[in-house]
Design a protein around this ligand. Structure first.
Ligand code: 4AD
Ligand code: MG
Length: 462
């Protein structure tokens, strides 16, 4: 089968030649002697117009009865049509019905709302918008791998089932083989996890970072790219219970190196997608976000902003803007603050660094002021936080001290602590939320619309 994308890309190579295309009917118009089909073959969000005639097709009547959504294999001559709306069409010499479609097919030739399309998530890839979105999603994943592989980073697969809570936020999904309706109880009234498959409490991972750190201490530069899970009860357009994260980790590196890597990576991905999917990007610019291409170009042409948390708080207060959640030193920046900083004050992506230790995870490196840690969040217009990262605490005593302060059980992390004893180096890394990156690059406004099958609060259908 020829792909419609290759015909769009190099029409001259196919013009006046015979091609065979397999695809699904998007629309069909028929009259007594001829008909038109808009066929989508999945290789591209644009359709191929098929013309078919009663004179040439022995099964003409059968074809005219096919419903929207039916799968066809069409053989015919590709002719250029410079005067028509579409640059070429396929004059069918044979059409074979591969799979019929019933009249209740839910996608009709009108614009459906994204909310409606979420309810039929199993069919929405057959619309232009979702075809473009999931193709870009695939391309960004590929670009991320190329970026790291070109730089010699080793791809490390970190466990999905884990006994530790990397972020310490307690937002984990439990994994257990115990019978929930008949839990074994110990003498002191607790659930007896020794009877569980793993003999201890386990969860779905919230981040691969801790395991990635162990690999960084062997390979120097590594990255993970895998699913992560958070039972955050936040019903927002940017949070999902199951999302993908990219987590590079570098030995012999500090916060500065970390920011450089993050900026290079984002620019690389943007360039890659603009070069390799110009049609889809034009589509998003026309139908989803009219400022998208200009905004992305602007990002490529400029350095990201940099500001400390302390300075950011000052800027927010000085702005005179009233926020729902009042700003003062020590607060965890909320989405409204993050977006104000990046959209109104900096008007470009900005790294916020050196956050108060109280609002960040236990593993971040303590700064000399003893109040802040070497953290960095990257905020971008339209999305807010897209990356969270830090330089890690490599000094064993300070790490242990911090864990004690936070009431973490050191025995659970023995291997993580040992890492500091056996040639522990300066090291740093970050996590890029993959779906947030896809939102950022497409302009799509809701995380539910960049995940093939979103898992959010009270939603795990399909
Ligand atoms: O800032 P977070 O929580 O950082 C970590 O997990 C670190 N362990 C990463 C590291 O240093 N290796 O999460 C990183 C990113 C966020 O910036 C955000 O883009 C994304 O992951 N993220 C989510 N995306 C979708 N839904 C959620 N519920 C998310 N929570 C975090
Ligand atoms: Mg974060």
């Amino acid at each position: 089968l020829t792909t419609v994308k290759s015909i769009y890309r190099d029409t001259a190579a196919y013009a006046s030649k015979e091609v065979t295309i397999g695809g699904w009917i998007r629309t069909m118009r028929v009259s007594k002697n001829f008909g038109f089909i808009e066929l989508n073959d999945g290789s591209f969000f644009k359709n191929l117009q098929v013309v078919f005639e009663a004179d040439t097709l022995s099964n003409y009547t059968e074809i005219t009865k096919q419903g929207v959504g039916a799968a066809l294999i069409v053989k015919g001559l590709l002719v250029e049509t410079p005067d028509a709306k579409q640059p070429f069409e396929l004059k069918a010499s044979e059409i074979e019905v591969e799979g019929t479609s019933t009249p209740d097919f839910p996608l009709q030739k009108k614009r459906h709302s994204v909310e409606f399309l979420r309810q039929i998530a199993y069919l929405r890839p057959r619309t232009n918008m979702f075809s473009a979105t999931f193709r870009i999603r695939s391309l960004i994943a590929y670009a991320i791998h190329s970026f790291f592989q070109e730089r010699g980073f080793v791809y490390a697969h970190t466990p999905i089932i884990t006994g530790s809570d990397c972020e310490g936020a307690g937002e984990m999904f439990r994994v257990t083989t115990l019978d929930l309706n008949n839990l074994p109880i110990t003498e002191d009234g607790k659930v007896d996890f020794s009877k569980d498959f793993f003999g201890k409490e386990t969860n779905l991972t919230v981040s691969g970072q801790l395991s990635a750190e162990t690999f960084a201490m062997a390979f120097r530069n590594v990255y993970t790219f895998g699913p992560t899970f958070r039972a955050e009860n936040s019903n927002t357009a940017r949070h999902a219970a199951e999302f993908w994260m990219i987590e590079p980790e570098m030995a012999f590196a500090d916060l500065e190196d970390n920011m450089e890597l993050a900026e290079d990576m984002l620019k690389y991905i943007i360039r890659y997608v603009l070069e390799n999917a110009p049609e889809e990007m034009e589509f998003f610019n026309s139908f989803v976000d009219k400022t998208l291409l200009e905004r992305l170009q602007n990002i490529l042409d400029n350095d990201f902003g940099r500001v400390t948390y302390t300075k950011a708080v000052e800027l927010l207060i000085e702005s005179g803007q009233t926020f729902e959640y009042p700003v003062e030193w020590g607060i965890d920046l909320q989405t409204e603050h993050e977006r104000y900083l990046t959209e109104q004050i900096f008007k470009k992506p900005v790294f916020v660094t050196n956050y108060p230790k109280e609002i960040k995870a236990f593993y971040m490196r303590m700064n000399e002021d003893n109040k802040t840690v070497a953290a960095m969040d990257l905020l971008v217009p339209g999305v807010g936080e897209i990356i969270g990262g830090s330089q890690r605490e490599e000094r064993l005593e300070l790490l242990e001290e911090r864990m004690e302060e936070l009431g973490l059980n050191k025995e659970d992390y023995w291997w993580y602590l040992d890492l500091r004893k056996y040639g522990g180096t300066r090291h740093a890394g970050f996590g890029l939320g993959f779906e947030r990156a896809v939102m950022y690059l497409t302009g799509m406004g809701n995380i539910r619309d960049v995940l093939p099958y979103p898992r959010t609060v009270k939603n795990a259908e399909f």
